[in-house]
Design a protein around this ligand. Structure first.
Ligand SMILES: *[C@@H]1O[C@H](CO)[C@@H](O)[C@H](O)[C@H]1NC(C)=O
Ligand SMILES: *[C@@H]1O[C@H](CO)[C@@H](O)[C@H](O)[C@H]1NC(C)=O
Ligand SMILES: *[C@@H]1O[C@H](CO)[C@@H](O)[C@H](O)[C@H]1NC(C)=O
Ligand SMILES: *[C@@H]1O[C@H](CO)[C@@H](O)[C@H](O)[C@H]1NC(C)=O
Length: 964
């Protein structure tokens, strides 16, 4: 047990220690990181799945699968002959969320040996891994891919650490240790607790420190690690390195292969390569359990965005609901079956006091059915639970999704504004509001006997502020004008939409703005919101211009809906520098979008203190007067970033960042901003198209702008999380610290109180202080969150803690995500036994004869039961029937096929996602009856023994064996 004093000690030591134990989490100039390993494995496995799908569709797939794949190459190869503009934003974002979650294991579970396979915790480590893998499978089952990626990132970390921390590589192994991801296999040849495994390193050289006996007998061990104490069991190996006190105690030195400079650094690359293969094996297990389509969704390999609606369902909303239905059906029906079909549909209804439930599905028909069920009823003059509904949508949608909110009422839960702002910044969601009848407070219209609600300008301001913070728009129209405004929803559901330029002027003042359009941009669209007195003039690079009084001119055709003007630009002569001259003294916004493969993603990161010099993801706002580092990734292999700035349109100010290519690789750069002023910034990038640079006199330059505003703060909020998962029916306490900062350092003279809000998106019961008093600039609190026992495994919960200063002028936050994971007790795979084979395939004309087999399938007495039996290979027909024998449910599978398809592979899943493969082969009279089966005792590599006994089939089965 840790006492409170030792917790303080732990925390302060951890601040010095950067937590890196295992491969470096994110960046290294000369070693392979968790990020590299995860990325390579994801790219290779995704490419394999696409290759197999292409093969089964009879398409060619030309990509060579190796560790040098780029995100763009895989995305493009997987998109086949698609003619639409490709975007790899989702894929990049998903991979980033997996490697950031991977890296977080070093922070959250810094002191847990199981999470890193330290201290010979093979059994415990496998339990941790198994539990994360089940969390992935159950999240995917609920189509909750965002949560699935977080759990997958964690699982990858623990699995990858095994290859650095154990002596698997030293034992000469060249294949991954499959038993780690197959929990019903026994862990064999573990060095017992009393077996010495290491001897002293000599003069810092640890090359031969593992005892020869251990290597000869093939005993598995791993290094002991402790940052506080040098104690370890007698004769055991240590992890090694500066922070590991046990390595200074005999046997001295260590065996880790974390980096090229580790005790066994010469084996680092071998360990990293094996970790890539092991990660691929884990991904294959998940692929089998969830199916190819779900697997690709989990990887984020999608061209399209989600369609996400948050809809007020009170009485006066009937027209709006009808319009949301019309526009969504139109999008669905025009894109169904194409690569632009939305990757998922999210719907959150709200009124008062209800909000939710969240409906999230990849099935367009299910979404249609759900939106059809919405009906406007009740309500009246009261405000509605708009922000609660929005919170649900934001935590469920993938990062950077655009969310459309339909309402005609003020928000009753306006106190959630700080939480929503935090989630906007954390998820980079773009929120666009469709506000109907804002100005109609004096006009009462009866709808089904219910008076229309009044939304004052002040009420609407909350929505405008959120739209502005997220890069969305607040569109104010009459009910009858709504259908002209929903064109923005269709625009945003096009493929590869990018933000070229965006500005919000509030208070408005007349101003000229310039933006560069490159020749990769197609279908350029310009939006202007503002009062009816606003006027503007748009000028193209060739000098042509068009004023706001012209609705169809040389440059664009314009439509007006409420406060929104939408200009669809004519296609010719778009490349170059444009200018828009806006004349208005009321608030207004300008936004320029287009379709292009060239875009970027970014994440704020912060350097870890301590020896390693790595970075971790930064949650919350950067400190005013402090510095900030941003990891920027461009979604194209063919462009070069030349400039990254933080742009504040209110000044206007633009802060230049310094670009640092190293220690990052693969097209990412770190950008350093030394001194962040206060203000509302957006990240802007400029660059050049390097591909065309050689073929052109002058390279084309491009600019892109992020949607989400970055605000700085003088408050720091940090939480000390010790677990990323919570069991149903249990509670988790999260201690957190709020600090008043000045110029990037703690301000010890600060006094007063912070008001605190701790909000979770599941409405789970939680307790937290509502205010905290500072002492020497700091205050500590604890949030306790309780998950009901009815919560389903695979649910995720997002906890947002915000702290506001007493002047209510400054805010900061942290956003924490947890998986609800029930303990899985069924860790054994189903059993499959082929009981008979019929037919004979010895005839020379294969199409003239048939063969078949019957297999008995069971999940055992203690299993969760058979979920599905499907054909993985073989073109015959499969039938299954269920029966019961001796209290055990048996599924009987019968397969019959033409002799032209002589082998079959069945995939058997139980209810929690344990996978068994079962193979069979037609009889050919010249050889003995070739019946095969795999059971839980034979390993998943059971095919090997088949192949060995019957060399004839080796060539046939090789493509299968390859899977393992
Ligand atoms: C690897 O990089 C680290 C950090 O930059 C450096 O300290 C170390 O000397 C390098 N090791 C080798 C073998 O180049
Ligand atoms: C794949 O390569 C073949 C032969 O090099 C070529 O004919 C085919 O067009 C390529 N297919 C694609 C999709 O690139
Ligand atoms: C892509 O290929 C598929 C199958 O080969 C074909 O049906 C489809 O028409 C092609 N699409 C395009 C846009 O060429
Ligand atoms: C990883 O797998 C690939 C392909 O299966 C193989 O070529 C390679 O040798 C393996 N790497 C290691 C380190 O075992």
């Amino acid at each position: 047990m840790l006492t409170s004093r030792s917790i303080v000690f732990v925390v302060s030591v951890l601040i010095l220690w950067d937590g890196a134990r295992g491969f470096m989490p994110l960046f290294s100039s000369n070693s392979t990181t968790h990020r590299d390993i995860t990325r390579q494995a994801v790219l290779r496995k995704t490419a394999e799945v696409c290759r197999d799908i292409a093969a089964s569709d009879g398409r060619t797939f030309n990509l060579t699968i190796n560790n040098a794949l780029t995100v763009e190459q895989v995305q493009s190869a997987c998109s086949g002959n698609s003619t639409s503009i490709l975007s790899s934003v989702m894929y990049h974002t998903s991979i980033a969320s997996m490697y950031f979650s991977n890296a977080l294991v070093d922070v959250v579970y810094a002191l847990s040996e199981e999470h890193h396979f330290d201290d010979e915790t093979f059994k415990g480590g496998r339990e941790v891994l198994t539990s994360d893998v089940f969390a992935v499978k159950s999240s995917v089952k609920q189509e909750n891919f965002v949560a699935g990626r977080f759990a997958l990132g964690r699982a990858c970390h623990t699995l990858q650490d095994f290859y650095s921390h154990s002596n698997w590589v030293e034992l000469g192994k060249t294949a991954p240790y499959s038993a780690l991801i197959i929990p019903d296999r026994s862990l064999e040849n573990l060095a017992g607790p009393n077996v010495s495994t290491c001897r002293n390193c000599t003069n810092g050289d640890c090359t031969n420190n593992i005892l020869p006996d251990v290597l000869q007998q093939g005993l598995l061990t791993s290094g002991y690690f402790n940052i506080f104490s040098s104690e370890k069991p007698h004769g055991k190996c240590s992890h090694g390195g500066f922070f590991d006190k046990t390595s200074r105690q005999p046997p001295t030195g260590g065996i880790s292969k974390d980096t090229v400079d580790s005790s066994h650094g010469s084996l680092h690359q071998q360990a990293a390569d094996l970790a890539v293969n092991a990660t691929m094996e884990l991904l294959e297990d998940i692929r089998l359990a969830v199916g190819d389509n779900n697997f690709l969704s989990l990887m984020g390999l999608s061209q399209s965005t989600v369609l996400c609606f948050v809809i007020d369902t009170t009485g006066s909303m009937a027209d709006d609901i009808a319009e949301a239905k019309r526009v969504s059906f139109e999008i669905i029906d025009s894109k169904r079956g194409s690569q632009q079909e939305p990757s998922a549909y999210i719907l959150v209804p709200f009124n008062d006091p209800e909000f939710g439930p969240l409906i999230m599905t990849t099935d367009a028909d299910k979404f249609k059915a759900e939106i059809n069920k919405l009906s406007a009823s009740g309500g009246g003059d009261i405000p509605e639970m708009c922000l609660s509904g929005l919170q649900l949508a934001m935590t469920a949608a993938p990062p950077s999704s655009e969310i459309f909110v339909f309402t005609d009422a003020p928000a009753k839960d306006a106190d959630l504004k700080s939480t929503i702002n935090a989630l906007i910044e954390s998820t980079k969601s773009v929120v666009t509001f469709m506000l109907t009848d804002v100005l109609s407070s004096r006009r009462r219209r009866g709808v089904g006997g219910v008076a229309s609600r009044a939304m004052s300008q002040a009420d609407a301001q909350l929505y405008r502020d959120l739209a502005k913070a997220s890069g969305g728009q607040a569109i104010e129209v009459t009910k009858s004008g709504l259908s002209a405004a929903t064109t923005v929803i269709e625009d945003s559901s096009a493929s590869a939409v990018v933000n070229v330029f965006q500005v919000v002027s509030n208070p408005g003042k007349p101003e000229k703005f310039n933006f560069t359009v490159d020749d990769s941009i197609k279908n350029m669209t310009l939006y202007i919101t503002g009062s009816s007195s606003l006027s503007f003039s748009l000028s193209s690079p060739s000098g042509a211009s068009q004023s706001s009084s012209v609705s169809s001119g040389p440059l664009a055709s314009m439509t007006t809906a409420g406060n929104l003007r939408r200009l669809s630009l004519n296609t010719d002569n778009q490349t170059g520098l444009w200018e828009i001259d806006v004349n208005s003294n009321d608030p207004y916004s300008v936004k320029v979008i287009g379709q292009s493969s060239v875009y970027f993603i970014y994440n704020l990161v912060e350097p870890n203190e301590g020896a390693h010099g790595d970075y971790s993801l930064k949650e919350g706002r950067p400190l005013t007067g402090g510095n900030a580092t941003v990891l920027v990734t461009v979604t194209s292999d063919a462009v070069k970033i030349t400039e990254v700035t933080l742009y504040d349109s209110s000044g206007p100010t633009e802060v230049n960042g310094t670009l640092q290519a190293r220690p990052v690789s693969d097209g990412n750069i770190l950008v350093f901003f030394p001194n962040i002023p206060s203000g509302d910034f957006v990240l802007r990038i400029k660059g050049e198209d390097s591909a065309t640079a050689t073929t052109r006199a002058t390279p084309t330059s491009f600019q892109r702008q992020a949607s989400t505003q970055i605000k700085s703060s003088s408050i720091s909020v940090t939480a000390q999380v010790t677990s990323a998962s919570i069991e149903p029916g249990s509670s988790l306490s999260v201690p957190f610290t709020v600090t008043s900062m000045s110029n990037g350092a703690v301000n010890p003279n600060a006094s007063g109180t912070f008001s605190i809000k701790a909000q979770n998106d599941r409405s789970y019961s939680s307790s937290s202080p509502s205010s905290l008093s500072m002492s020497e600039g700091k205050a500590n609190g604890t949030v306790t969150i309780t998950v009901p026992s009815s919560a389903a495994s695979g649910t995720d919960v997002t906890l947002t803690i915000t702290a506001q200063d007493s002047a209510a002028s400054d805010i900061n936050y942290t956003v924490l995500r947890f998986s609800v994971t029930a303990k899985v007790t069924d860790t054994t795979r189903p059993v499959c036994q082929v009981v008979s084979t019929t037919g004979d395939c010895s005839s020379s004309v294969c199409s003239s004869s048939q063969w078949g087999l019957t297999a008995n399938i069971s999940d055992g007495v203690n299993g969760t039961g058979i979920d599905s039996v499907t054909l993985r290979q073989g073109s015959g027909t499969l039938n299954t029937t269920s029966s019961s024998s001796g209290g055990v449910n048996i599924t009987v599978a019968t397969y019959s096929a033409s002799c032209c398809s002589q082998s079959v592979e069945l995939k058997i899943l139980d209810k929690v996602g344990n996978v068994q493969l079962c193979t069979g082969q037609a009889k050919v009279a010249t050889t003995a009856a070739p019946v095969t089966n795999t059971t839980t005792n034979s390993t998943a590599v059971g095919l090997h023994s088949v192949s060995l006994r019957r060399p004839l089939w080796v060539s046939l089965l090789l493509p299968l064996v390859w899977w393992y």
